[in-house]
Write a protein that binds this ligand. Structure first.
Ligand code: F3S
Length: 424
């Protein structure tokens, strides 16, 4: 791999042991991928390792977990401050939730100690899978190093910034060296569309964009779809659900919606000089099959739990939930948990949305989600969600039956304790 003089100095330890270990990792990783060089980045979204604060020498323990989990280093190095804008993604639990704290031992204390430790070293502890909703909005063409599949596909497809799906180690190394291997989606020629998707049925709601993404992920796997046809112009929330779903059933990291996403002002720009390898049609049959697939593991209509906020909810989605509640209360036999970034919960609190949801008997949580925390109300056997991504993962992780539908169907299910969703 070609290195600049400064990169060679970092590799050789002239700028400290941590940077030397980070460069060792980035060179090994880049060479395995066939990258010829590194590229500068000032934008990292990752997860930083934590240790239990009651350990005798907490700082040494943090150095040990940072070295192993954020740098892939057997040698223990002192944890340095980050040198990029660096944002913490989702975490293990919501420390303010008594229900989660009761089931997770010392996890809350470890998480909070880790936040202070890395916060002091410059990591912005946003604790969400949607950093782009809370201020981390890279500019067009900016080279980033992001983890979290739903955030990566949003970063590439919706923002036109450039990232591969990184890991905890590569983001840790990038955050202290300002470098990441130059390969994959950093190269403009790898960002062109491969498959043309003709949407033959009119789609508009969040649920429909989620279903389209979920269907497409199976069809194109890791390729790049270009969406055309009868869809209405999607907004941020619909593209968030579309990408999250496509990155769950498949490995989609990039997509184009000509006329909407920034690298596809036209169809020609989306596809470049190449012809699409295939044209896929999404019509009534595909839509119905996808709906049935997403609801295929559920049969009991008595609902124990409704989860909303995967990926984490925007404020607009919080308003939609409040409106759907219509002053009703959650059934005594069910539960409603809503997930949003901690920064947006502050606004939700100030605007009264949290109070309305909690007065109805629901909860507003931050920092995590059931798929990550594995926390649901005790005894939950049947869940309903508005997210194709959560419907994909939650049954596999928890064994629960899972219904998929609109926000309004989910809220109604929490109020009545009964699932009545259907495809309109
Ligand atoms: Fe976020 Fe959890 Fe969904 S991490 S994208 S809310 S599975």
């Amino acid at each position: 791999m070609q290195l600049t003089d400064y990169e060679k100095q970092m590799r050789d330890g002239d700028h400290g042991a941590a940077k030397a270990r980070a460069m060792d990792l980035l060179i090994r990783y880049g060479e395995a991928l066939g990258a010829e060089r590194l590229v500068e980045t000032n934008n990292v979204a990752g997860t930083w390792a934590v240790a239990n604060p009651i350990l005798k020498d907490f700082a040494k323990s943090m150095d040990a977990v940072f070295s192993e989990f954020n740098l892939d280093s057997d040698e223990i190095v002192e944890t340095p401050a980050v040198e990029t804008y660096a944002v913490q993604l989702i975490q293990g639990i919501d420390p303010a939730s008594p229900e989660m704290r009761a089931n997770t031992g010392d996890a809350a204390e470890s998480q909070q100690a880790g936040e202070k430790y890395f916060g002091k070293r410059g990591v912005a502890m946003m604790s969400t899978c949607t950093p782009y909703q809370v201020g981390n909005v890279p500019v067009f063409g900016e080279h980033c190093a992001w983890m979290e599949s739903s955030a990566v596909v949003y970063c590439n497809g919706v923002l036109g910034a450039r990232t591969n799906t990184e890991g905890r180690e590569s983001t840790g190394a990038a955050s202290i060296t300002r470098r990441i291997p130059y390969w994959g989606y950093h190269l403009p020629e790898n960002r062109l569309g491969t498959h043309l998707v003709d949407v033959e049925v009119e789609i508009d709601d969040i649920m429909d964009w989620g279903m389209l993404g979920y269907w497409l992920g199976y069809e194109v796997e890791e390729d790049i779809p270009v969406i055309a046809g009868r869809h209405r112009k999607p907004n941020q929330i619909k593209l968030k659900h579309f990408g999250a779903a496509a990155a769950s059933s498949g490995g989609v990291e990039m997509f184009h919606v000509p006329g909407t996403t920034p690298e596809a002002r036209t169809m020609e720009e989306a596809l470049g000089p190449r012809k699409p390898v295939a044209t896929l049609r999404y019509g009534d049959r595909e839509r119905r099959d996808t709906f049935e697939l997403l609801n295929s593991n559920a049969s009991d209509t008595q609902l124990d739990f409704v989860m909303l906020g995967c990926p984490h909810n925007s404020l607009e989605q919080m308003v939609r939930i409040v409106r759907a509640l219509e002053d009703r209360t959650i059934s005594a036999n069910s539960a409603l948990w809503v997930f949003t970034p901690r920064a947006l919960k502050l606004v939700s609190d100030a605007n009264g949305y949290t109070e309305i949801i909690e007065k109805a008997g629901g909860r507003v949580y931050v920092d995590t989600c059931p798929a990550i925390s594995r926390q649901m109300p005790k005894g939950t056997k049947v869940v309903a969600v508005d997210s194709a991504k959560q419907a994909h993962y939650l049954p596999a992780i928890t064994g629960a039956q899972c219904w998929f539908g609109t926000v309004e169907e989910c809220v109604d299910g929490a109020v009545t304790g009964q699932w009545k969703g259907r495809l309109s």
